[in-house]
Design a protein around this ligand. Structure first.
Ligand code: UDP
Length: 371
C-alpha cells in the first residue's frame, strides 16, 4: 500500500512525486505511455534533442519555480524568438518595431504607436472575442497577416469564436525586443527534458505502459490517495459528453544539411500552408551537441493541428464557453471524489504553461504533505 498513486509521469505527476517523496510519503507513479515526461518528452536523434510532442521552451517569472527546476537540470540561455512566414514574407515575433517596420515602414516607436492607434479605432468598447482583441492590440493588418490564419489553423475555429485571452499571451512591444516571453527566467534544460524529469523521479518507483482507467479499481486499492493527471472527462467515462481538445500531429524528418531555417521556430501564418509551424530542434541548443561540436545534420518537425478524437493525444484544452461550462460539471463531480486529486493541463482542463504546472503541483503536493 502506497500513500500516493500518481497517474501520469508528466510534469505535474513528477513534481508531486518528488515533493511527496521528500516529505516522507510513499509514492508509485504509473503512466500509460512507454516513457516518462509526458508531453515534454525529448528523444535524441542524430545527436539532437527532439521535442517529440512539440516545442517546449521553459520560461517563468517565479523564482521559486526557477530554483526548483535548477535542482534537476542546468538550463541554457535559449531565448525564444520565432519568425512568422506569411507567403514568403518574414516578420519578427512577437510584435515589435522590426515587425511594424516590415509591415508599415514605420521607424520610431511613436510612428508605430500612431499606426496601431489608427487601426485599432475600428474596435469600440471591450473586445468580445479573439479577433476584436487582436485588432485592438495591433490593428487589422497584423491581424490579417500574422494572427488570423495561424490561429484558425491552430484552433480549427473562427477567431470570432475564440476567447480573447489566447492572444493576450503574446507581448506587443514598441521596442526592438523580440523575446517571445515576458519572463525573468528562460532556457532549455541541457541534455533534454526527459533527463530533467528522470532526475525528478530519481529513487521513485515508476511503472510504464500501465493504463489506470483500464484497471481503476485494482489501482485504487494500492494507495490512500490518487493524483490523477489524465483528462478529467475520461476519468468520468465522458458522463456528460466529451470535452474538446486540440491535438497536434508532427511530421519529423532528418535532413542531411546543417540548417533548414536557421531558427528554432518558424510560424506559417497564412491559411493555405497546412502546417502551423516548423520546429528545427537543433536551434534550441544552438546547433551544437553537449561538447560544443557543430552537428552536421538537422531534424525538423512540421506541426499540424487537428481536432482531438478518441485515440489521439490531447494537447490543448479548448477553453471556449461551451467547454468551460462542461468542464465545470466535471469539476463538480471531481470535487465529490474522495481521495482523488485532479491536476495538470488535462486534469484541470487549463492552458497551463510548464512553469504554471510546476507551480501548482508544488503547492498541491506541499499542502497534501502538510508542509
Ligand atoms: N499566435 C498568432 N500568430 C503567431 C503565433 C501565435 O496569432 O505567429 C496566436 C495564436 O492565437 C495562438 C496564440 O497566439 O493560439 C498563442 O500562441 P503560443 O505560441 O503561445 O501558443 P503555444 O506555443 O502554446 O502553442
Amino acid at each position: 500500500m502506497f500513500d500516493y498513486l500518481i497517474v501520469g509521469a508528466g510534469l505535474y505527476g513528477a513534481v508531486c512525486a518528488r515533493e511527496l517523496t521528500d516529505a516522507g510519503k510513499t509514492v508509485l507513479v504509473i503512466d500509460k505511455r512507454d516513457h516518462i515526461a509526458g508531453n515534454v518528452y525529448t528523444e535524441k536523434v542524430e545527436g539532437i534533442n527532439v521535442h517529440k510532442y512539440g516545442a517546449h521552451i521553459f520560461h517563468t517569472n517565479s523564482k521559486q519555480v526557477w530554483e526548483f527546476v535548477q535542482r534537476f537540470a542546468t538550463f541554457n540561455r535559449f531565448t525564444n524568438s520565432p519568425v512568422a512566414n506569411y507567403r514568403g514574407e518574414l516578420y519578427s515575433l512577437p510584435f515589435n518595431i522590426y515587425t511594424f517596420n516590415k509591415m508599415w515602414g514605420v521607424v520610431t516607436p511613436e510612428e508605430a504607436a500612431e499606426k496601431i492607434a489608427e487601426q485599432r479605432k475600428e474596435i469600440t468598447g471591450e473586445p468580445k472575442n479573439l479577433e476584436e482583441q487582436a485588432i485592438s492590440l495591433v490593428g487589422r493588418d497584423i491581424y490579417e497577416k500574422l494572427i488570423k490564419g495561424y490561429t484558425e489553423k491552430q484552433w480549427g475555429r473562427d477567431c470570432k469564436d475564440l476567447p480573447s485571452f489566447i492572444i493576450r499571451r503574446l507581448p506587443v512591444r514598441l521596442t526592438f525586443d523580440n523575446n517571445y516571453f515576458n519572463a525573468l527566467y528562460q532556457g532549455i534544460p541541457v541534455g533534454g527534458y526527459t533527463k530533467m524529469v528522470e532526475n525528478m523521479l530519481e529513487g521513485i518507483e515508476v511503472r510504464l505502459k500501465e493504463d489506470y482507467l483500464q484497471k481503476k479499481e485494482e489501482y485504487d486499492r494500492m494507495a490512500e490517495t490518487v493524483i490523477y493527471t489524465g483528462p478529467i472527462d475520461a476519468y468520468f467515462n465522458y458522463r456528460f459528453g466529451p470535452l474538446e481538445y486540440r491535438s497536434v500531429r508532427f511530421e519529423t524528418e532528418v535532413l542531411d544539411i546543417p540548417s533548414f531555417q536557421g531558427n528554432a521556430a518558424v510560424n506559417y501564418t497564412d491559411r493555405e500552408t497546412p502546417w502551423t509551424r516548423i520546429i528545427e530542434h537543433k536551434w534550441f541548443e544552438f546547433g551544437k551537441d553537449e561538447n560544443g561540436n557543430e552537428l552536421p545534420k538537422t531534424v525538423i518537425s512540421k506541426e499540424y493541428s487537428s481536432e482531438w478524437k478518441p485515440g489521439d493525444e490531447p494537447y490543448y484544452p479548448v477553453n471556449d464557453e461551451r467547454n468551460t461550462d462542461l468542464f465545470l460539471k466535471y469539476k463538480e463531480e471531481a470535487d465529490k471524489e474522495k481521495n482523488v486529486v485532479f491536476g495538470g493541463r488535462l486534469g484541470e482542463y487549463k492552458y497551463y504553461d510548464m512553469d504554471q504546472v510546476i507551480g501548482v503541483a508544488m503547492e498541491k503536493a506541499r499542502s497534501l504533505a502538510g508542509r
